[in-house]
Write a protein that binds this ligand. Sequence first.
Ligand code: ATP
Length: 588
Amino acid sequence: MLFSVVADAFEKMENTTKRLELTDLLVNLLKTADDDLPLLVYLVQGKLGPDYLGLETQMSDKLILKALSTASNISEEEIEKEYTKLGDIGSLAREMAERRSMSTLMKVELTVKYIHDSLMKMARSSGSGSTKSRIDAYMDLFLNSTPKEIMYITRIITGKLRVGISDATILDAIIKAFSDEKYAEDIENAYNFHPDLGYIASELRNGNSQNIIGLGPTPMIPFKVMLAERLRSVEEILEKMGGRCAFEYKYDGMRTQTHIEKGNVRLFSRGNEETTNQFPDIRKAALETFKVDSAILDGEAVPYDPDTGELYPFQAISHRRGRKHDVDKVSSEIPITVFLFDIVYLNGKDLSKTPYSQRRSILESLFKENDNFRLAKRIESGDQAEVHRFFNQAIEDGCEGLVAKSLSQDSVYKAGARGWLWIKLKRDYQAQLWDTLDLTVVGAFYGHGRRKGTYGALLLATYNDKNDTFETVCKLGSGFSDDVLFSLPKKFEKYVSKEKPARVVSNLEPDVWFCPEVVMEVIGAEITVSPVHTCAYGEIEKDSGLSVRFPRFTGKWREDKKPEDSTTSREILEMYKEQKKTLTEEKS
Ligand code: ATP
């Protein structure tokens, strides 16, 4: 398949904000692909493969500037000036290609496969001479593409393809193009257990839908984890759960999937990033602890004090991120326990449809607890007083609260879904909202006075999972330490967008727009109706949305969350209704 067809489609996609139109464009594009369909899907995602493979071209903007300078014979300084003016690396490459001499053009036929191969070369190059080979691979693409093509190629290479297509929209288009919509739910479920859109598209297109429908967890392939709904009291939870359920400690650590197969172990984060190298101690302990052929376990990794056994807060674990060389040292200083709370696969058998209490029994009989692997503490109860005591004990033991789990026969493991089979109950934030929110940063306003030179406030948004858009919900200016505050422009530099990003819905015009990428944890006082913000617009009052009052940054950047994992507009709407209900009850 020629890449020019893809570039033309990208151009059309950029010019629409309507999800249906976008999906139709994508359906047509997918249908024109040949054997390179999976590669096309990855390029449309702006990636080289499924997230869990962690493939990156390792090309920074700086290297692209260098390559453009060499290819076009223009000094790096001049190119940098142009870049500052244009503000987008793709447009810069396009402009440089327009200036290029025609005689150097088009020696090879630029297909999707050719481009994907070049990008993989960049991703795989390592050691001395690797920078040069990456630059060479880019220059080859530059010299063989049209200005429009190199613009999109450059954006893909630098992870900035901004045509506004999310994975959910791509999956929608794959279903429309190659399957019957009556299987949509099965296919979504398969995707949640095997998040590889290229694989799903090619199996469906090649008539192997039996491989996709009913697809459950697979060892060594991370799945999208199951999530919990929220309620604010034990009473409400018991009512929702039919009078009795299980309650487990809600550990404040890092969600960790442990995959074991034939003597190998791989660990994955909530966002399906592989973390095996960060936790060599856990990897080793998993092999010693579980005498199985294969298993997939779900749990929370929590750092603890080896002297007192006390649990440390989540942040202590972030020391291990990105410190490849120091990991051994850090793992002995800050040991980790994985508190296991679920099992979805054992010795070749899919357990995801087995009811929760049976899964828990299997998990309990599977291993002997040790320093690295424990069971999440738990009770089964229908007695409010007993649950309150257990909740207080959880807080005292350094946890965030409890997760209630349904004991019903249909309590399956629902990958990628936030549902009522699990309900979280967090510590009361007194006069504040009873749960933190995870919001996506979509813009910023310049600071004045003491905040001159940095941002005075960030514009935050919720995710509308129905429309696949980001809707503004508040401006946030408090909760920052000075260090964080003054590093904001640098932190957000690479997300700056010249125009409002396609999927952002806003009535406000911030000084700077950001592509929706960064998620931060926020606590607020309450949710109010707002004529300014677009979250849940028109749901409570005509011409109004909802906003978070007195939002404050908790200090936690949710690096484990993608923007699509942010608190949804629907959740804010539910919280607003819940808050109103409580206020009415208090008054009466
Ligand atoms: P939060 O910001 O409250 O952690 P979240 O959006 O990350 O929420 P939720 O589904 O709302 O995820 O809360 C469940 C999270 O709590 C899980 O993702 C998991 O990391 C953590 N957790 C800790 N202990 C448990 C447990 N026993 N069962 C399930 N999840 C647990």
